[in-house]
Write a protein that binds this ligand. Structure first.
Ligand code: GUN
Length: 291
């Protein structure tokens, strides 16, 4: 049987570790502050935004949500972002994705001040990560790296296989694992024999957005399995991209859904927002090593 990597417990520990940094900022009259822009009324996005907001409020940080109607124009969205760029009390800006189809997310993200881009999606931050000198690291892959570190999982020389090639998870995940010394394969929806790839993995990251895409037969004995997927089943229960039941019989370590990567994404957003506030205050962020 595999050992569970408990994202809920680890995220609580990371939160605890941030309190000194938050207190230092507060002693200077600075409260880290995040503004989330939510366009339209996608129910899943509304839940994610509410969870982020509650986490910030519970820690005594500032969280605002700007809700814009689904028919908001690109110009109006950019106008709103530029207003937040100029607002000195806002340290972090996050545009909840996906945006309604008539809006161009890359253009919107590129209009965020890179020093407030706590998602790490702006091309300046994506480029900084690509060239090995990251500033804001995208929250989900950052959280996964912290999960691997929490169990002293050896990355150097490991075969890492990532299923899913998104800008939010797959691509930055590949860069981080590669920087840590893994040999990385990124699979996508066109990969010919997915199981042949996943079976080679010492570290398997499932981030395809397909419920139960990965089962035990696709996993090597002793592999570390990280499940980034989150889906609501017809019975109302949550599940991931991995069939936990069969996968946990093969994996050495595995993340559950819920209570795995999800809470880590939120806590890394906290970390990035505290970093943004620290940089603005002239404090060099003390970043926990992940590589
Ligand atoms: N939608 C799904 N995941 C994310 C994320 O990490 N950031 C943003 N902004 N939107 C998302």
């Amino acid at each position: 049987m595999s050992e569970i990597i408990d994202g809920k417990a680890l995220s609580a520990q990371i939160k605890e570790g941030l309190s000194d940094r938050i207190n230092t900022l507060k002693s200077k009259g600075i409260t880290p502050s995040l503004t989330v822009i939510l366009v339209g009324d996608d129910p899943a996005s509304a839940v994610y935004v509410k969870n982020k907001h509650q986490t910030f409020i519970n820690l005594g940080l500032i969280s605002e949500v700007v809700r814009l109607p689904a028919e908001t124009s690109q110009e109006k969205l950019i106008e709103q972002i530029e207003k937040l760029n100029k607002d000195d009390t806002v340290h972090g800006i996050l545009i909840q994705l996906p945006l309604p189809p008539h809006l161009n997310s890359q253009i919107a993200i590129s209009s965020i001040d890179p020093s407030k881009d706590v998602d790490g999606f702006h091309i300046e931050n994506a480029g900084a990560l690509l060239t090995g000198n990251p500033k804001f690291i995208p929250c989900t892959p950052y959280g996964v790296m912290r999960m691997l570190k929490s169990k002293d999982i050896y990355i150097r020389g490991a075969e890492a296989v990532i299923v899913g090639a998104s800008n939010i998870v797959g691509k930055p995940m590949a860069l981080l694992l590669q920087m840590a010394g893994a040999t990385v394969t990124i699979c996508n929806s066109k990969t010919r024999d997915l199981a042949a790839q996943t079976k080679r993995a010492d570290i398997l990251v499932a981030a395809a957005g397909k419920p139960h895409l990965i089962n035990g037969e696709m996993i090597k004995d002793g592999a570390v399995v990280i499940d980034v997927g989150i889906h609501r089943k017809e019975d109302g229960k949550l599940c991931g991209d991995v069939d936990f039941e069969s996968a946990s019989k093969k994996a050495s370590f595995i993340t559950p859904v819920p209570g795995g990567v999800g809470p880590m994404t939120i806590v890394m957003l906290l970390v990035n927002t505290v970093e943004a506030a620290e940089r603005k205050a002239g404090i060099t962020p003390q970043r926990e090593g992940i590589i």
